[in-house]
Write a protein that binds this ligand. Structure first.
Ligand code: N7H
Length: 550
């Protein structure tokens, strides 16, 4: 109750969201200190936003969530089902798996430091950095997994409770609606089966990941006569190599813009939005169930503190088809070649050039130096005078503007945007486009993005961005009357592969609509997971009794 009051008082002050979050965190630390003096530690399993929750300890948060996530050249996403007959044994063995889980503190203080030192030493010796063996492990559970383990406290997120399959229609995924049955998305069968959990294993090489996975499988007795889990599907993602390193399969630099988190990311880059910890972590200030000013704190089970929801999407990308569309529809600007007109179209569909340079700052020509400069490549807000009423710099429906509208929501106040920020931590999968595919302009082999996003509230985070922004032609709101921005050309969708349109791709003909013949990003599955804190894994999820039956 005291914490709720404190939250209401602080949110009513005229402070920036970052300053407000900092004040809140400092007050919490003080209150916690007083609590420890008075020996008033949290006791109940269900708490009204964790009275007396301790200051954030990054050693307790799983390492893929904050501060840039687990370092990865390759990542295996291992989806599993707990054997119905061995739930107790699974929970017992989970206790043995916990020491393998990589925390955010390990990522920051150990892995990233090793990587930086390795790079520095190599630069001094003028050699390529030698191979550094590093791996990371995280684990998360679906609502089915929690229920199966008997963890049934109401976690406070309806999207998580329902699971992604149940919401696939509302997400706009392609599928069919038989007259006598529920919507059937065009997903691969694995994601229509029961999935109880997801283990992420990252590493510098396949060999490192395989070694770690073997260790995990041994603990979870996968090869035993009576395995305690079954592998449902294993998906492998890889950072692309050479000059495509850090670029997703359409060729655009990715991973530039994630929000910074108060008191976690010490030096946010200019333009990088700072969000309260509770936008990403459950139970921290800013974790709120609904929109509103001020939003009310949410009730969460005590074990949810410092966990985060992981939205997973298996997204196929039709790269040759996307490239063919750009090639055949160059934006006709005097002085630009056909090829440059095609590049401009790609940049205006995404909102950044392939180099990462934002079109809001570099509207007609790429600026690779800007693209690679973290002090400038996020410092834009769609608030140039011409941004508000024209699409000269950036189409209203560009993927970046749809998924993080920045200044387009200023009219609704400083609390409007933060609830919808997510931390993306995905990785590309599949081979490079072959010469045959490029020549035929047709995809033959699956490739795309293993999309992973963390948030404390799925309905406000991933789900909101997909449904209410990317799939909603009228969004964003700040635009001339009668102007309909259209669909996010990268991920906007309508349940069928019909024509979608967007306006403003041609800066010289801004009210003209461009017809997009097909979806180039096609969801083939997904699920919502909860990634608990490490203490919750140890104390609430794992059991300590030795297994007798196996
Ligand atoms: Fe997107 N792309 O290559 O076009 N995305 N995205 N995304 N995305 C971003 O700024 C891409 C997807 C967001 O803060 C960049 O870091 C592709 C989903 C958000 O300005 C590029 C796929 C959702 C941002 C891409 C895909 C989002 C963002 C620029 C699917 C959420 C930050 C790199 C295959 C529902 C926006 C960067 C900001 C950036 C692409 C999926 C959301 C290049 C190909 C499903 C919030």
């Amino acid at each position: 109750m005291a914490q709720t009051l404190m939250y209401l008082v602080i949110t009513s002050m005229h402070l920036s969201p970052a300053a407000r979050a900092r004040l809140y965190n400092q007050t919490i630390s003080l209150v916690y200190y007083i609590c420890t003096l008075t020996n008033n530690a949290p006791s109940s399993d269900l708490a009204d936003v964790f009275p007396c929750s301790p200051p954030l300890d990054l050693g307790k948060v799983q390492g893929d969530i904050l501060a840039g996530g687990l370092p990865k050249k390759t990542e295996t996403c291992y989806f599993f089902r707990i054997n119905d007959a061995y739930v107790h044994e699974f929970r017992t063995q989970l206790g043995k798996l916990v020491p393998l889980i990589t925390s955010t503190a390990e990522v920051i203080n150990d892995q990233r430091k090793q990587l930086a030192q390795n790079k520095k030493d190599a630069a001094e010796k003028k050699i390529t950095p030698p191979h550094l063996k590093l791996s990371g492990v995280n684990i998360s559970f679906s609502t089915k997994g929690l229920k199966k383990m008997g963890i049934t406290d109401e976690i406070g997120d309806a999207a998580f409770d329902a699971g992604m399959l149940a919401g696939a229609k509302e997400l706009g995924d392609i599928g069919t609606s038989p007259s006598n049955g529920p919507f059937d998305p065009d997903w691969i069968p694995a994601f229509k089966q029961e999935i109880d959990g997801l283990i992420l294993i990252t590493g510098d090489s396949y060999a490192t990941v395989a070694e770690k996975l073997a260790e995990i499988e041994k603990i979870l007795l996968v090869q035993a006569r009576n395995p305690i889990i079954h592998e449902v599907i294993r998906l492998v993602g890889d950072v692309r190599s050479g000059k495509e390193k850090g670029h997703e399969h359409f060729g655009f630099q990715d991973g530039i813009s994630n929000p910074a988190v108060t008191d976690v990311d010490a030096n946010p880059n200019p333009g990088q939005q700072v969000v309260p910890q509770g936008i990403i972590l459950l139970g921290r200030p800013g974790d709120a169930p609904t929109l509103g000013t001020p939003a009310a704190p949410v009730t969460r089970p005590h074990w949810a503190l410092d966990g985060s929801f992981l939205s997973f999407r298996y997204l196929f990308q039709l790269v040759p088809e996307f490239n063919a569309f750009l090639k055949n529809n160059p934006i006709p600007i005097t002085g630009l070649t056909r090829e440059q007109g095609s590049e401009l179209l790609g940049a205006r569909l995404v909102g950044r050039w392939k180099s990462g340079a934002p079109v809001d700052l570099a509207p007609l020509h790429d600026d690779p130096v800007l693209g690679q400069d973290p002090l400038r490549n996020n410092n834009f807000h769609y608030t140039f005078p011409d941004d508000q009423q024209t699409q000269t710099r950036c189409p209203f429906a560009a993927h970046l503007r749809k998924t993080n509208p920045r200044g387009d929501l200023d009219q609704f106040g400083p609390n409007a945007l933060p609830p919808h920020r997510i931390i993306r931590s995905g990785i590309a999968f599949g081979p490079e486009v072959s010469a045959v595919e490029a020549a035929s302009e047709k995809t033959h082999l699956p490739r795309g993005l293993l999309f992973i996003a963390y948030q404390s509230n799925i309905e406000q985070g991933f789900q909101f961005i997909q449904q209410s922004w990317s799939n909603t032609p009228k969004f964003p709101p700040r635009k001339p009357a009668n102007e309909i921005p259209g669909f996010d050309p990268i991920i906007g969708q309508t349940n069928d592969d019909g024509v979608r349109t967007l306006s403003g791709t041609d800066p010289n003909s801004q009210t003209a609509n461009l017809k997009l013949p097909k979806q180039w990003v096609v969801p083939k599955g997904g699920e919502y997971f909860f990634s608990p804190s490490i203490p919750a894994l140890k104390e609430r999820f794992a059991l300590t009794e030795p297994s007798s039956e196996l």
